[in-house]
Design a protein around this ligand. Structure first.
Ligand SMILES: [Zn+2]
Length: 252
């Protein structure tokens, strides 16, 4: 429905119970367009949803309720044609607002819960919404600080694998030059990923736990302690695996 004055599309203004023109400010009381507007479910739904959204401390559940009300209002049937368009536009905008608000609330939850990485991701999807951009900056600063604090530890984690490899290879009497080249190459990769953090670091830790320690232990047992290959295998791989398995089942 458009303004008779300037032909701009009118906006439903529930606070004032009317239609207002964003162009010239013309105001039409809703009762003029639709005398029985108080009995129209769609309008009631939008009104209720608006009230929910105006709450300062709105939570995820209430946002979900508001979204449902807007969705109901979108399925208009009983409305006169000129109001239908207005209500649908309003409901669609409301649904968009709810989607952003949901993301915003859970992003703030992640942030206060200490999951800065996740908070940053969520705020990034709604960077123009409310004070998201301020939170994005806060998250970045926090993450940078965390990275600096973890740097020495990550450097040590990255060293474990090449050192383990060095011990294993020299136990197997691999020549010095290839030994150094292999360890440098592996070391460069593990250092890179563990200092960079995130998923790569997790992979490095898992690989180190799974391979580096058993192999080193096997090499030490076989070549330094001079146990039989079978016994070394048993001690290096099967016993730790059995212990881990036992611990895991104890946990349950
Ligand atoms: Zn107008």
């Amino acid at each position: 429905m458009n303004c008779k004055n300037c032909n701009k599309e009118l906006i439903l203004d529930f606070a004032a119970s009317g239609l207002s023109c964003p162009g010239c400010g013309t105001f039409i009381p809703i009762a003029e367009v639709c005398p029985n507007y108080n009995q129209i479910r769609e309008l009631e739904d939008i009104k209720k949803a608006d009230i929910l959204l105006s709450k300062e401390d709105i939570d995820l559940k209430q946002t979900g309720e508001a979204m449902m009300l807007y969705t109901n209002a979108l399925r208009t049937s009983s409305l006169p044609e000129e109001l239908k368009q207005l209500v649908q536009t309003r409901a669609k905008n409301g649904i968009d607002e709810c989607k952003r608000l949901k993301l915003y609330i859970s992003a703030k939850k992640s942030y206060s819960g200490g999951d800065t990485q996740r908070a940053l991701q969520s705020f990034g999807k709604i960077r123009d919404y409310k004070d998201s951009s301020i939170y994005i900056e806060k998250c970045r600063t926090k993450l940078a600080k965390q990275t600096r604090q973890q740097l020495p530890l990550n450097a040590v984690i990255g060293l474990l694998m090449p050192v383990a490899l060095l011990i294993t290879l020299s136990a197997f009497k691999v020549k010095l030059l290839p030994c150094i080249i292999i360890c440098l190459a592996v070391g460069a990769a593990t250092e890179y990923f563990s200092v960079k953090g995130g998923f790569g670091k997790t992979v490095v830790i898992i690989l180190t736990a799974l391979f580096a320690f058993p192999f080193t232990l096997f090499a030490i047992l076989t070549f330094l302690v001079h146990l039989s290959t079978l016994l070394s295998l048993l001690l290096a791989f099967i016993v730790p695996a059995a212990v881990l398995f036992a611990l895991a089942s104890l946990d349950k």
